[in-house]
Design a protein around this ligand. Structure first.
Ligand code: NIG
Ligand code: FE
Length: 415
């Protein structure tokens, strides 16, 4: 029986006896905390916590690890609800091409972008792909990520999509952190179907989906709803076909233009709708009457120099908002959620409390892991971040770029 005791915690953040599933509007400014706290974990779960004043003492020392957290803040590990960390190689040449004046769309139009990653992936063995992806998984856990969603979508053929999803399954089987797998066959139209998009959509629906469902390789289905990718109607069709196999939707929407992805996501009861650079007031109203989590991906907006999505306006309108990394080789080659937290404050004007909630409880909801992670609650996984000694939690987004994580705890053990 593994046991862990954290004592003398300067501040224990986001403590809930009964955790809500997500926080909306003004609630996002709340961050219930205990100063001078302790926390105990057993078998990988949080079993108890409280103030040091009421510390009951230790009766059973066997297999107990004690960490003194004097001066340090303890918070739930990040939930990263949107990533593409299974990919082969990199695309730094496209990055240089963009610096020299080409746009993301121009690079895609000449066969680069997602199609470039698809070619690299097709030429990489499944074992090699697994090793490359595992390295990234370990990298982001060390950066504080305690649950992660991973998409396919660089396969774009039956074999390669299955290969990606099998790699995600192998990553799940490492049992490091909770992982959700998302089937993103509708990420781009592959070269062979350049003049036959309908043929590719038929392949997704008639061949990929049944195979993936039969092998239980996906938890969600996603579509890149965008000009030159998939229209709102095509997105709706793919989501509704996925729903027949019990796959809930997630949508890449309104990233490079207003393409109607939010409407479609809400109509199909998607769990999240992500990017949202071109989200308008009507979209905000639609989201208000839904269970769909709007999710901002500041790394992609930063890396592609896109206009900023109206995150603060959404919160002021009463919406829940989540933030995630979008870690991928083309538009956001970083899975650093502490950086995402800082961008949420600096660029999007979220308060530190709103930003912390956006990368923990709300992003956990956006990947269906709110029962497992996202708050300090008895029975949830003991996946935590212990900071270095800092003055307050506002120091985390403030001192951007500093490594402020002392220890990452996963399943009640030092990672
Ligand atoms: O989330 N927007 C679409 N898909 C990815 C980028 C894919 C790529 O460029 O490889 C994203 O930004
Ligand atoms: Fe993405």
């Amino acid at each position: 029986m593994r046991k862990l005791l954290l004592k003398n915690i300067k501040l224990l953040l986001s403590v809930y006896e009964h955790a809500p599933t997500r926080l909306k509007g003004e609630q996002m400014n709340q961050l219930p905390s205990i100063a001078d706290a302790w926390l105990a974990s057993e078998n990988g779960e949080i079993v108890d916590y409280g103030s040091m004043d009421d510390f009951p003492g230790i009766t059973d020392w066997k297999d107990l690890e004690i960490i003194d957290c004097d001066g340090k803040i303890v918070m739930p590990a990040f939930a990263d609800s949107h990533t593409h960390i299974v990919y082969a190689g990199n695309r730094e040449q496209e990055f240089v091409d963009r610096i020299n004046g080409l746009s993301y769309e121009e690079i895609a139009a000449r066969g680069g972008g997602i199609l470039n990653s698809a070619e690299l992936l097709a030429n990489t063995s499944e074992d090699d792909l697994f090793e490359q992806s595992k390295q990234r998984l370990i990298e982001v856990i060390a950066l504080g990520t305690g649950a992660i969603e991973i998409k396919s979508g660089y396969g774009l053929s039956l074999n390669s999509e299955l290969k990606m999803l099998r790699v995600i399954k192998r990553l799940k089987e490492l049992n490091l952190v909770p992982i959700k797998a998302t089937f993103l066959g509708a990420h781009a139209v592959p070269k062979e179907y350049k003049n036959n998009k309908k043929g590719y959509i038929d392949l997704i629906v008639e061949e990929m989906l049944p195979a993936i469902a039969e092998q239980k390789l996906a938890d969600y289905i996603d579509v890149f709803c965008e000009q030159n990718y998939f229209t709102a109607d095509e997105t709706s069709y793919v989501l509704s076909e996925g729903a027949k196999y019990g796959l809930k939707g997630k949508v890449h929407a309104e990233q490079l233009s207003h393409s109607g992805g939010i409407s479609v996501a809400v109509k199909n009861r998607a769990i999240s709708v992500d990017h949202l650079e071109y989200c308008n007031d009507e979209d905000v109203l639609k989201l208000l009457n839904s269970d769909t989590m709007p999710t901002i991906l500041p790394g992609a907006a930063y890396f592609l120099n896109l206009p900023l999505p109206p995150a603060k306006k959404m919160i002021k309108s009463g919406l829940s908002v989540a933030f995630a990394s979008d870690y991928n080789p083309g538009s956001s080659p970083s899975g650093n959620m502490m950086q995402v937290l800082s961008m949420a404050c600096v660029q999007y004007k979220l308060t530190p409390e709103e930003a912390i909630n956006a990368v923990t409880i709300n992003s956990a909801y956006a990947m269906g892991c709110e029962g497992l992670v996202g708050t300090i609650t008895r029975g949830k996984l003991c996946n935590l971040i212990i900071t270095k000694p800092i003055t307050s939690y506002s120091f985390l987004p403030y001192a951007f770029g500093s490594n402020l994580i002392d220890i990452v705890i996963i399943h009640g053990e030092k990672f």
